[in-house]
Design a protein around this ligand. Structure first.
Ligand SMILES: *Cc1c(COP(=O)(O)O)cnc(C)c1O
Length: 393
């Protein structure tokens, strides 16, 4: 039996290993120099002013809703076709998740569905939008930004699938996912199936200095360690004319969402190969596209799109269950992304039900993600293609 072909997987090189080992042997296991180096290099790669490394993508999302001060009952709009964490971060702060349907052509949060929600409610009903660069395809945030300005909303871009992805704005410029030009905050994950792996890990990017400082504080218990920020008196702190060396203050209810230094070292080492990885992903997408062109069993696919980061390669097919089970017998582990979030039992409790999001639900009936990762060999990809085509013949 040939080796299993998953839908996505990490690639750890000898250079990655050497970097991690060197960091493990250094003076720092956590919050050492690798954190700042990774943050700096990541911000530069994405094109944002600031980056804050955190424990995972979910923690990154939670820090965003905390920094934006989401309050109980506040409504936030997101897509049902995403990993649940995109929505859950609103619930962590007691906010209310409002799903809007997808565009069946792009599988992304549909601008018109969002606009309809906003137009149908008094100003101030909604507080934010969380668009997701699903599968690696960049959301056109220029359009959403205009809506956000009109309705006074913040935007958190969930870019977990799209480091290195971009959309082309109305002036013809490339706008990288997470660059902060149109969103208040953006988040990334370094889970092994994502483009850059650090085991667990995440990043928040922003161009807003105030939010950046808040994220830093909330990442580490809400503690500040800087004389000019203290609110207790020097006398209380036990100093004479200055705050004593040990002094610090916990000013907000934060968390321990720090990344370790050796994970940052791995992330930094992986980041060096990010563009190479995307180029390979685009080549794989091209080959799938050509292989499936005009095939009657394919209902739709996003095709080869400029700026797509190809975290996933998704096709929509008839008899999806049959194909999925057949591929498993061939040791090909295709996957389904995603079961619509609004139909998870947790969200059904809140009143969401079938037919609420007809386009997302119809997409879910047919979608399947084929193997897509830089180390997938040409021979393996051909095997996958032959099996898919063979199943329908
Ligand atoms: C992976 C992922 C997350 C969560 O990231 P973790 O690092 O696994 O916590 C959030 N949103 C999307 C779209 C993801 O793919």
């Amino acid at each position: 039996m040939r080796k299993a072909i998953p839908y996505g997987r990490q690639n750890i090189t000898a250079e990655d290993l050497a970097t991690v080992v060197a960091t493990l042997q250094s003076d720092y296991l956590t919050q050492g120099p690798m954190i700042a180096s990774f943050e700096e290099a990541f911000a530069q790669y994405i094109g944002s002013k600031y980056a804050v490394a955190v424990a995972n993508g979910t923690a990154a999302l939670h820090l965003c809703t905390l920094a934006l001060e989401v309050k109980p009952g506040q409504k936030v709009i997101t897509t049902p076709i995403t990993f649940a964490a995109s929505a859950n971060c609103v619930r962590y702060c007691g906010g209310e998740v409002v799903f809007a349907d997808i565009d069946p052509e792009t599988y992304l949060l549909d601008y018109h569905s969002v606009e309809k929600l906003l137009e149908g409610s008094p100003l101030g009903t909604y507080h934010g939008i969380i668009p997701v660069d699903f599968a690696g395809r960049a959301v056109n945030l220029e359009k959403f930004k205009a809506l956000a300005e009109k309705y006074n909303l913040w935007i958190v871009e969930d870019s977990c699938h799209s480091p290195g992805g971009f959309f082309i704005d109305s002036n013809g410029n490339h706008q990288n996912c997470g660059n902060g030009n149109f969103a208040d905050l953006a988040i990334f994950s370094f889970h092994p199936v994502k483009h850059i792996a650090s085991g667990e890990g995440g990043m928040v990017t922003t161009n807003d200095e105030k939010l950046y400082k808040k994220l830093l504080m909330l990442r580490t218990h809400g503690i500040v360690k800087s004389d000019h920020l203290y609110t207790n008196t020097i006398e209380f702190a036990g100093g004479d004319t200055n705050y004593p060396g040990w002094y610090m203050e916990m000013q907000e209810l934060g968390f321990n969402y720090r990344l370790t230094d050796f994970q940052a070292a791995l992330g930094l080492s992986q980041l060096k190969r990010a563009e190479e990885g995307i180029a390979r992903r685009r080549t794989i997408a091209q080959k799938y596209e050509e292989a499936f062109k005009g095939k009657s069993f394919i209902k739709g696919q996003s095709g080869v799109v400029e700026g797509h980061a190809y975290h996933l390669y998704i096709i929509e097919v008839e008899n999806r269950l049959g194909l999925y089970n057949f591929l498993r017998t061939q040791n090909i582990f295709a996957q389904i992304h995603y079961i619509p979030c609004h139909l998870m039992p947790y969200y059904r409790q809140m009143g969401w039900k079938e037919d609420d999001m007809p386009k997302a639900e119809n997409y879910y009936k047919h979608c399947i993600s084929l193997p897509m990762y830089p180390t997938l060999t040409e021979e393996e990809q051909q095997f996958v293609i032959d099996k898919v085509v063979g199943f329908y013949n």
